[in-house]
Write a protein that binds this ligand. Structure first.
Ligand code: ZN
Length: 410
């Protein structure tokens, strides 16, 4: 923990129980105002998504109503949304962080940003928008969908930056290719947020659009997207640790793990006024990358998000995440980015079949399958049944977790 972070945290904690009825209850019996060390801080209970849902609608507010200027909402799969109130200072801080993301990506006031994530209760589009306006770039606030109009604006306004989810960026890239528009567009960078994606998909988008890509990190509960971004070296995402303190814990025990080790990301928004969050469990799995980045920035770096704690699955006693499976497949020569995994219980044991599309000739499939089997064994420690199929055979899905079909419990 950096000294400035400890100072920010102790300041946030000094009167949080007076400001926030939510934390008055959560920290009942704990003298949080007396906390002075990292160790003491790390003994505090976590804040969970369920706590936030229980506070619906405005139970997280830590300021009087007249200071709240906006709310955002994240929905869950379980029904009750989470509502996060923002003060004017929170909204400004978020824009400052997002503008910093653009700077790290080499985007300048001369750029024209086409913003395709959605606007509204979500924190997506509006975050991209305010950061760009604060920096002074021209924004084209498209929102999602209407591909014809997107492409028309991209050509006529000569957008230089595309802000999108990875799946929408891929769709646009394919359309640009199909319609032969590549020579008429001026894109030079892509800022991609909100989804986890593999390196093969990344390379494809970068190639087809002819742009440099940057990955944004963030979540609605902690401002929104834009609390971190990858830099030109693409070795993890720098997170703005002067606003947010990052811990990584073992998802099972809740104990902090050493830097470099994988676990669940836990975030503390120590400057937030409207809804400060202390030790919020994100369910995102990653690790802190130790050491200073080659770009010179000493902002804490986290690695690519490999999955969600809820996506983890276990085969023959081996725990794994969809992203790990994808990573192995990506490293096998002759395998494309499309794959499907089926886990079945047959003849008293679990079996995992990895089907993947291959652009190679069918007579080469066996050699590719052998490489796949060996790599799964050495990287994950599991023997799988590899199955190469021709290109275009597998069903398409945007979500990684949807490519894993666990039929053992059906
Ligand atoms: Zn860097």
């Amino acid at each position: 923990m950096k000294p400035e972070q400890l100072a920010g945290i102790t300041k946030q904690l000094s009167d949080i129980k007076q400001r926030s009825p939510f934390y008055a209850k959560k920290f009942e019996g704990i003298d949080v105002a007396a906390i002075r060390t990292e160790e003491e801080f790390r003994s505090l209970p976590f804040t969970t998504k369920a706590d936030l849902r229980d506070a619906y609608p405005l139970g997280l507010a830590a300021v009087p109503d007249e200071r709240i200027v906006r709310i955002h909402s994240s929905s869950g799969t379980t029904g009750t949304p989470v509502i996060i109130p923002y003060t004017a200072a929170d909204v400004h801080d978020w824009a400052v962080m997002f503008a910093r993301c653009y700077e790290y990506a080499g985007i300048t006031p001369k750029d024209r940003l086409q913003i395709t994530p959605g606007y509204g209760l979500w924190t997506a589009g509006i975050g991209f928008q305010l950061g760009a306006e604060l920096m002074g770039a021209m924004t084209i606030p498209m929102g999602p969908g209407n591909t014809d109009k997107q492409l028309r604006m991209m050509v006529d306004l000569q957008s230089t930056v595309i802000c999108a989810t990875s799946s929408y960026a891929l769709l646009l890239a394919e359309q640009i290719q199909q319609r032969g528009l590549k020579d008429r567009i001026a894109l030079r960078k892509g800022v991609i947020g909100s989804e986890r994606w593999g390196s093969k998909m990344r390379d494809r988008i970068a190639d087809e659009l002819g742009v440099e890509l940057y990955d944004i990190y963030g979540l609605t509960e902690i401002y929104g997207p834009g609390i971190g971004i990858s830099c030109r070296y693409n070795e993890g995402m720098h997170c703005w640790d002067d606003y947010v303190y990052i811990e990584v814990v073992d998802p099972a025990t809740g104990e902090n793990v050493p830097d470099g080790e994988q676990g669940e990301i836990v975030l503390t928004a120590f400057r937030k006024e409207g809804a400060p969050l202390i030790r919020f469990r994100t369910h995102d799995l990653s690790r802190i990358i130790p050491g200073r980045c080659r770009c010179g920035s000493d902002m804490t770096r986290i690695d690519t998000i490999v999955g969600r704690t809820d996506d983890m699955f276990k085969v023959k006693g081996v725990n794994m995440f969809p992203a790990q499976v994808e990573e192995v497949i990506a490293q096998v020569d002759g395998a494309s980015s499309e794959y499907q995994v089926v886990i079945e219980h047959a003849e008293g044991k679990d079996e995992m079949t990895v089907s993947f599309e291959s652009p190679a000739a069918p007579q080469e499939f066996e050699a590719i399958e052998n490489r796949m089997r060996a790599l799964f064994k050495s990287r994950i420690g599991l023997t799988v049944i590899p199955q190469a199929v021709p290109m275009g055979v597998l069903p398409r899905s945007e979500k990684k977790s949807k490519r894993i079909h666990d039929r053992r419990f059906e």
